[in-house]
Design a protein. Structure first.
Length: 436
């Protein structure tokens, strides 16, 4: 019968779904994500902030700028005569604060710690961009594959519809319900296509967020390159034991970022304790005096003084120390919570990965071949009048639903792989990277 022609489009759809055909200009997931990292402005902003903090840290050891003073002292205000009053003088002075070297070193270490924190923020942002851009790419690819599957199924049903309509028009025993059923199924597929094409347009805009200058042709058929490697990595990460998971999570940028903030709070505490000590300064001035009205020479004056601050009332310092200790305790608790959260989320993803791997293999290796074999068997039986067209249609409907289920399962599996790599295959440098 003429509806046997449906086998070829089904095979083509399955080939498209499995990624066996690729467009020459297609972009693969790894190329796209690397491009997204290179173009990310927030990552560059963090990099510049780190460079700024490293430069600022070196200035913390330098003494503050001196203060100069120029003025007139002891000037008579009744006639503003500069040389009549012996004590009238022009003064030139300088004042230099002398913070203790310990204080300056602590300030330098604190700024360096902030720069070190920025290096982990840089690594975390890089990992987040890799993860999010890959997830968006996988969403777009899955929608593209679903559109291809449904389009092929639509072609198959249209072929069957023509055959059923021809049979109904030329045979008195043919039932009208068959072409009507096919026409309704075609309209339902058209409705699904409209919905998927709308979602695909939204997904394409998300891709353009990561790579605004990309050629539109690159999105026509996403390349399957790199996906098998992603699946292999998923299996390896899902098989890790608890100890290996905890070890890898300990090197995650989020965890190291929390540890760096704890270190910064420790330095803040040391600075609060350092405030109990005196801070010194030095002042010097020189006074120029004019000669007397009768021409006799007057001596110039010079002065020098050592200044220092003494915390006579230590309430302010005590409160600052208490605040620093509380902030340090808070950072410790947040760091411990970060470690627990990362381990929990990684283990949840591992459990999800194991389930998705089993589901994907079940659908691909057993359910799809069984459904295809059933369709072939029904098509043979129709030639012997032992099976109806309705049974064939039901089997083909199950086939397309199984193919779509395989598509969504593969999408979830690959997205889980990307997320697991974010948790278990992302590490940060122990020192600031100093990009420039």
């Amino acid at each position: 019968m003429t509806h046997r022609k449906g086998c070829a489009p089904i095979a083509t759809a399955l080939a498209l779904f499995l990624g066996l055909t690729q467009a020459s200009g297609a972009t693969d997931i790894n190329t796209f994500s690397k491009r997204a990292v290179e173009l990310d402005p927030l990552r560059k902003a963090v990099d510049q902030r780190e460079n700024s903090l490293m430069a600022k840290a070196e200035s913390e050891l330098l003494l503050p700028d001196p203060t100069f003073r120029i003025g007139i002292a002891n000037l008579r205000i009744d006639n503003f005569d500069f040389n009549r009053e012996p004590m009238t003088q022009m003064t030139l002075g300088i004042k230099q604060s002398l913070p203790r070297r310990t204080t300056r070193e602590l300030n330098r270490d604190l700024t360096r710690s902030h720069a070190h924190t920025s290096s982990f923020e840089y690594s975390l942002r890089t990992a987040e961009v890799l993860r999010d851009s890959r997830l968006d790419w996988l969403t777009f690819r899955a929608l593209t594959d679903r559109i291809a599957l449904i389009s092929e199924q639509k072609v198959t049903l249209e072929t069957l519809y023509k055959s059923a309509l021809n049979l109904y028009q030329n045979s008195t025993s043919a039932r009208q319900s068959s072409p009507l059923r096919l026409q309704a199924d075609i309209l339902l597929l058209e409705d699904r296509l409209i919905e998927l094409q709308s979602k695909r347009a939204v997904a394409e805009e998300r891709l353009r967020y990561w790579d605004p200058n990309s050629d539109a042709d690159h999105w026509d058929t996403p390349s399957a390159e790199g996906l098998e490697e992603l699946k292999a990595n998923l299996q390896a990460l899902a098989d890790l034991d608890e100890e290996a998971v905890a070890k890898r999570v300990s090197q995650h940028p989020s965890n190291l970022l929390s540890q760096s903030r704890v270190k910064s709070q420790e330095i803040q505490t040391d600075l609060a304790h350092d405030a109990y000590g005196p801070q010194f300064g030095i002042e010097a001035s020189y006074g120029f005096r004019d000669n007397s009205p009768i021409g006799s020479q007057r001596s110039d004056f010079g002065s020098i003084a050592l200044t220092f601050t003494v915390p006579l009332r230590q309430t302010r310092q005590d409160l600052n120390v208490r605040a620093a200790n509380a902030a340090k305790a808070s950072s410790d608790l947040e760091q411990a919570e970060t470690q627990k959260r990362l381990v929990r989320e990684a283990n949840q993803l591992r459990a999800t990965a194991q389930r998705l791997i089993r589901q994907f293999n079940l659908i691909q290796d057993e359910l799809l071949p069984l459904t295809q074999a059933q369709i072939v068997s029904l098509e043979i039986e129709t030639t012997q009048n032992s099976a109806t067209l309705t049974e064939v249609l039901d089997a083909q409907t199950r086939l397309i639903e199984h193919q779509l289920k395989l598509n969504t399962t593969e999408e979830a599996l690959l997205k889980t792989a990307v997320q697991l790599e974010f948790y278990l295959a992302t590490s940060a440098p122990q020192e600031a990277h100093h990009a420039n």
